[in-house]
Design a protein. Structure first.
Length: 164
């Protein structure tokens, strides 16, 4: 039961951060386009991404919207099936944290896809110094959660050991 409460609270926090910052971006950046934060390094730059992470398949519009929605729902289902079946060990609790980060970010972007007729996601974080694709906080949580999961699986999850 504690895992359900923990996951719900974590997801609500992540979704709130994501949706609040997207609303702020729409209100303050959409009319102007962008705002420099660290000159030549980082800026807030409003865009509507109809593709997936880092602008892949951008411009696909509504044609791939339901494919993306179905993919997100499938991944979320797999995450939560495994979330509740994992053993109760320290390393598995960290894996649960990574799942909460991934699922919270995925739901944040899913909300955008379902709210907008063309299925776009609001992106606004831009590292201009390296011309990195524009992203949002949901993307940050998905990437950080996935990186944490990869590190845990590669270096800390011992096959055949129950307690890690």
């Amino acid at each position: 039961m504690i895992y359900i409460i923990w996951a719900l609270i974590g997801n609500l926090i992540i979704i709130s951060i994501d949706q609040t910052t997207k609303c702020l971006a729409v209100k303050s950046l959409a009319p102007n386009g962008s705002k420099g934060i660290i000159n030549g390094v980082f800026e807030l730059k409003y865009t509507q991404n109809t593709g997936i992470s880092w602008g892949l398949f951008n411009g696909s519009g509504a044609s791939l919207r339901w494919v993306f929605v179905a993919l997100i729902i499938t991944v979320l289902t797999a995450i939560y099936v495994y979330f509740f079946r994992m053993p109760k060990t320290k390393v598995h609790n960290w894996i649960r944290l990574s799942f909460v980060m991934i699922s919270g970010g995925a739901v944040g972007n899913l909300i955008d896809r379902l709210m907008h007729a063309d299925g776009h996601v609001t992106d606004f974080l831009y590292f201009s110094m390296i011309d990195f694709p524009i992203f949002n906080f949901a993307d940050v949580f998905v990437v950080c959660g996935t990186a944490l999961l990869a590190v845990l699986v590669l270096f800390f999850l011992k096959e055949g050991k129950k307690d890690a």
